[in-house]
Design a protein around this ligand. Sequence first.
Ligand code: COA
Length: 569
Amino acid sequence: MSKHDLIFRIAGDGGEGVISCGDLIAAACARSGFGIFTFKTFPAEVRGGYAMYQMRSGSEALHNQGDGFDIFCALNSEAYEINKTNLLPDTAFVYDDTFSPDVPEGVSAFPIPMTQLSRQLGFKKAKNMVALGALSRLFNVAANHLKELLVDRFESKGEKVVEANLEAFDQGYGYAATFELRQDLQLPAAGKATDVIMLSGNEAIGLGALIAGLDFYSAYPITPATEVAKYLALHLPKRGGTMIQAEDEIASISQVVGASFGGKKAMTATSGPGLSLMSEMLGFAFMSETPAVVVDVQRGGPSTGLPTKHEQSDLLAAVYGSHGDAVRIVLSVENVADCIHMTVDALNLAQTYQSPVILLSDSSLAFSTQTVPVPDLDAIEVVERKRWTGEGEYQRYEMSTDCISPMADPGTPCAMHIATGLEHKQDGRAAFTPDNHQEMSAKRFDKLKSLPSYYKAAEVDGDAGTEVDIGVIAWGSTIGVVREAIARLRVEGIRVKGLYPKLIWPMQVEQYEAFAEGCEQILVAEVNQQGQLAHLIRAETSLHPISYTLCGGLPFSPDMIASRVRELL
Ligand code: COA
């Protein structure tokens, strides 16, 4: 491979098997020892509409899906029409020969009779496997791995389906042998990644929850969060945990808070509309100081919005979405590795601070598969809540110096107390006096004051002490894009650095201030219309950032960020 990495884009209609084809290539590359980073976008309809899968594979660390692609595979003419302006000189174009595209100069064209060969086999559905066989031959994607993975993927559909698909694969592979290969677009025989696993953002959240000792999970299915439930339904019962598919999001968060009150580590996952429904119970969890974790896999909103598309637009809802005076911990993940480790953090922080915690992920990360190091379980700290020792008189809301009171499981002798959303005294009994409300409100807020310095510092990309022309702040999966943009800008000699906060709320104000000191200008890049993080930064710090927002259902590309920085200079 003469390139640093190789990017495949496969596109077609929902139902044509774009996702299966892309997943198989990604898994085969991972098995061959390459790092992978995938991005999928598909319509809300179960069949029809444009589906696209981008897979970046390489030997260096990959932080995003890349700008464009090196290899484009179109399963139909519509997919070609949508992507034809991205067919740059030197890219390779593999397509179903039922249409005759106007191939731009400098592009290598590989027409493959995908439809015809699958029809001849009597199994039209295998058109994508003809394409897969051709891609394997043309770009040296390990055929042995692909075939093993193909069998795994389709064996539940029966032997005949598997056989037809293997045959389709071989036919595509054989047909592609008639072309001259592009030597600059060949995957090497093997990469160097070892001790890695490949999983999606949603699966990684499930894995992180298991590592953190999750006991109870309840959720109502919603795109793009459902795979967290699918993963936990498979694995949580193996360690004695309980998984419930609730009737709606109000029920799921209520069950989570109930289970947590009962002494269990509990979590749910949802997306924007579900988070809205949960807001009242999140207020109850705050008032009753009950640990609870809500994973919000953001999607295009508001309302049903763009249910399968990417957006980072629930930040303000996560931070402020409550009645009364309430605060909650808000974390956001950058990549699949974070999905593992920060789910552990979310469950730990919920236990430590007896607080609701919202973990923000997003739709592109939910479906993105990435290779990550196998988690070192010995190095991961799992925290339990402060429990009552049985000494002295039990007071559920005892005013301790850190404002965190001991919890007792229901039924603990001598630790009976009232659990209520009403304002209460230290012993838990309802009380509405002005002094008491003032005192207990302060307790609930003050216990979180230590968090911004307790939690890991926001990463500074670059030398913290160096003066730069532009500092770029990003959150969530946009961080990976900004990382690459900054690396490219530095090569051009542009003085730039990045700040990547992962504890979003309470804000690590001092870290923002320190970062801004050496920056001429601050740019905040995020995928929403309002510039939600920029808004919080203006409200909470002395910074006056320039907001760079995007809101079209797709993530930024490194080129977009780099171009914006150049414009500002
Ligand atoms: N042989 C046999 N079966 C094959 C096949 C082959 N060669 N290639 C694909 N298939 C099957 C897949 O296994 C899958 O089957 P399943 O539905 O039983 O899981 C199906 O065909 C679709 O193929 P897949 O590759 O998974 O997806 P696709 O690229 O065709 O796109 C989706 C289809 C994913 C876009 C669509 O099904 C979907 O889920 N849309 C989103 C719906 C949604 O979440 N809406 C939001 C509601 S709020």
